[in-house]
Design a protein around this ligand. Structure first.
Ligand SMILES: [Zn+2]
Ligand SMILES: [Zn+2]
Ligand SMILES: [Zn+2]
Length: 151
């Protein structure tokens, strides 16, 4: 399933999820929702300063990112250490393990969902070696359709 970016109505998203965000958390979430590319904590530090005309320490931003990630509003891309707003914020369907297609050319990210059969298969394969899977997040690096078409 591929979904377009949800509307940027933070209040609506949070109400639906039963999450309440402090103003600072809302600000960080807003920056991520508005961004076309994933951002690192350092990127966010810069953007925050420019946008809200007040500096927030990177450590505080990390703590906020941890909260937003744990709430399921934001995903962390482990391979690039950057953060992106979830693409399924206003969907009714169950949010299974998210997979990410990361474009090496424009840094754009597409969030996709794989079938649960495929997850099961990978998990079973790992467990057969005695390995306990704790995170099933795939990050595929390549070139997106838009970039392929312009090259
Ligand atoms: Zn998501
Ligand atoms: Zn969805
Ligand atoms: Zn691209």
């Amino acid at each position: 399933m591929i979904h377009s970016k949800p509307s940027k109505n933070i209040q609506k998203i949070c109400n639906a999820k039963g999450i309440s965000l402090t103003q600072k958390r809302q600000n960080i979430f807003h920056i991520l929702l508005s961004s076309k590319i994933p951002l690192s904590a350092y990127d966010l530090t810069d953007v925050y300063k420019n946008k809200f005309e007040t500096a927030m320490p990177t450590m505080s931003i990390y703590r906020i990112l941890e909260f937003l990630t744990a709430s399921g509003l934001v995903h962390k891309l482990e391979s690039t250490n950057k953060y992106i707003a979830c693409s399924h914020l206003q969907c009714d369907h169950e949010h299974s393990n998210a997979q990410f297609l990361i474009c090496n050319s424009c840094s754009g990210v597409e969030e996709i969902t794989l079938t649960s059969e495929l997850h099961k298969q990978i998990e079973t394969g790992a467990e057969q070696t005695g390995f306990k899977v704790e995170s099933l997040q795939f990050e595929l690096h390549g070139t997106c359709k838009a970039c392929l078409n312009t090259h």
